[in-house]
Design a binder for this molecule. Structure first.
Ligand SMILES: [Zn+2]
Length: 84
């Protein structure tokens, strides 16, 4: 898929569009994933929702701790201070 791939879609009567399968596949977006919608000026950006660390919101290097997203720094704090 080229860097600036483009499709034209018509909104259905309820204002919905279908994200093309090739885009979902390329961006690892699956059915029932949470999607983030951001408006900047007159543009709408759609992306896979990244929940980030439950403690600080950082979205880098997330791992799951008891099924919750946690960043490496908070994970280290949890381990060192034996919170769990
Ligand atoms: Zn964190």
């Amino acid at each position: 898929m080229s860097k600036n791939s483009r499709v034209i879609r018509r909104l259905d009567p309820l204002g919905r569009i279908v994200l093309p399968k090739k885009y979902r596949k390329a961006l690892d977006i699956d059915i029932k994933d949470d999607i983030e919608i951001v408006v900047q000026g007159t543009n709408i950006y759609v992306s896979k929702h990244d929940p980030g660390c439950i403690f600080c919101g950082d979205s880098n290097g997330i791992t799951l701790f008891k099924d919750k997203p946690v960043c490496p720094e908070c994970y280290k704090d949890i381990k060192e201070k034996n919170f769990f």
